[in-house]
Design a protein around this ligand. Structure first.
Ligand code: SF4
Ligand code: SF4
Length: 418
């Protein structure tokens, strides 16, 4: 018997200790005197509990081999075809922190036919097709969403394949008519961004002509809430972090606690965004401390749907071999955040096939576990090396911050979920 490599020992507020295993997700409360240094001295009942929760594992198990294998199986699994489709690169808003090079490029009938042919060609070998609509503002071309979704849905029915359909939208066009159209084509999950109470949100996310959007978006959320799983993303930086509580108060006064999933995300420095908003981006430590307080406030206000860290055998669409982002002119990318950079295109959809260029190899060859620090890291199952784009582009990891955040997050969960 030996200690798992993925135990974290965390002190709780009442000075007990909690062992949290990042690979198996198990949690065990132990006395403050507990340590793994002398396993022979453990009482049999304690030892049994630690074995049951996999804090102690048989000597022959190599956990790194297990993680590496699951990472490869997940990343190179071809049973799920995952597409992020941007029907248009145009948007009706002018968000302060937008990193996309907004332009009036839209999918043509030829693009639509090529996507449908591609999905049809792949459908013989998959058991799930998952589409996420993104943009620009995808609802500007709800007709394209409808055309492709109907075709894929019919194909999925015919071939007995699961079809998952979801959308990220700014919410301004999600009126009753559009809501009904989306519900009819099987959209189940909708993500919308609100950046604070009206006075803050409207400054950060105005219409292109400068008009306010908060009231319209909130009205549309209320109309959509019984039709879809709705999640609210709050993008935060120095400009609006102080106002998040006011937004939470507004949502809680509407009794949305059991209906909405809310999360905060840091405004990221993609393509010089932080400079364009006057250096307002938060550093990781600041963000994590503030995020913790926001999560605490959400819990106090009764919001139930809060993300917890869990084992992620792969990271995102970018490191997954059967996952593609498709933009107008059938250009293919791996990472959503790079669609404005032509140098990052990895291929083109032509006929029913993707013709790849050499850029694809950096994503396929990427392996977080190559890094010696990650191989030895207790946080690996939760972090999986972090965002592949940051690792590849900036040749750096953000691990100190990640470790700090995960520990803080677990402390927070321990304090609030018992
Ligand atoms: S590589 Fe990073 S930025 Fe790109 S999709 Fe993955 S997590 Fe997002
Ligand atoms: S990036 Fe850092 S925190 Fe993440 S697994 Fe690697 S060493 Fe650990």
């Amino acid at each position: 018997m030996k200690e798992s490599n993925y135990n974290l020992i965390i002190r709780t507020k009442n000075r007990n200790k909690v062992i949290y295993n990042t690979l198996y997700g198990s949690v065990t409360l132990v006395p403050k005197s507990f340590s793994f240094t002398n396993l022979k001295k453990l009482k049999p009942e304690v030892k049994n509990l630690l074995m049951l929760n996999k804090h102690l594992i048989p000597d022959e198990i190599n956990e790194l081999d297990l993680i590496r294998s699951q990472n490869r199986l997940q990343r190179f699994n071809k049973e799920t075809l995952e597409l992020t489709i941007l029907p248009t690169l145009w948007c009706n808003l002018n968000c302060q922190y937008c990193y996309e090079n907004k332009r009036k490029e839209e999918m043509t009938t030829r693009d639509i036919a090529a996507i449908c042919n591609f999905v049809e060609a792949k459908s013989s070998n998959v058991n799930t097709i998952s589409i996420l609509w993104f943009g620009g503002e995808p609802l500007l071309r709800v007709d394209i969403i409808e055309t492709i979704s109907k075709k894929v849905s019919a194909l999925a029915k015919r071939k007995k394949i699961n079809f998952k359909n979801s959308i990220i939208t700014n919410g301004t066009l999600l009126n009753e008519k559009t809501r009904d159209r989306l519900a009819k084509i099987g959209i189940k999950y909708v993500q919308i961004t609100l950046d604070g109470p009206p006075e803050i949100h409207d400054k950060r996310k105005p219409f292109i002509n400068g008009g306010a959007t908060f009231k319209l978006i909130l009205d549309n959320i209320l109309k959509a809430i019984d039709y879809f799983d709705v999640s609210i993303r709050i993008n935060v930086d120095d400009e609006n972090i102080h106002s998040v509580r006011d937004l939470v108060d507004i949502l809680s006064s509407l009794n949305l606690q059991n209906k909405l999933y809310i999360y905060v995300a840091k405004t990221e420095n993609v393509l010089g965004v932080c400079e364009s908003i006057g250096g307002a981006c938060l550093n990781d430590i600041d963000f994590l401390n503030k995020e913790k307080r926001i999560l605490q406030y959400l819990q106090e206000k009764g919001f139930k749907k809060i993300a917890r860290p869990s084992y992620r055998p792969d990271y995102c669409t970018a490191d997954n071999v059967h996952s593609y982002t498709i933009i107008p002119n059938n250009k293919i990318y791996k990472c959503w955040h790079l669609v404005s950079d032509p140098k990052e295109q990895v291929g083109t959809l032509s006929g029913s096939k993707i013709v790849f260029n050499h850029n694809i190899y950096k994503w396929l060859a990427y392996d977080p576990i190559d890094d010696i620090g990650c191989r030895r890291c207790r946080y690996l199952p939760l972090c999986m090396g972090g965002c592949p784009k940051i690792r590849l582009e900036e040749k750096r990891k953000r691990c100190d911050n990640l470790k700090n955040s995960i520990t803080k997050f677990i402390e927070f969960l321990m304090a609030n979920t018992r």
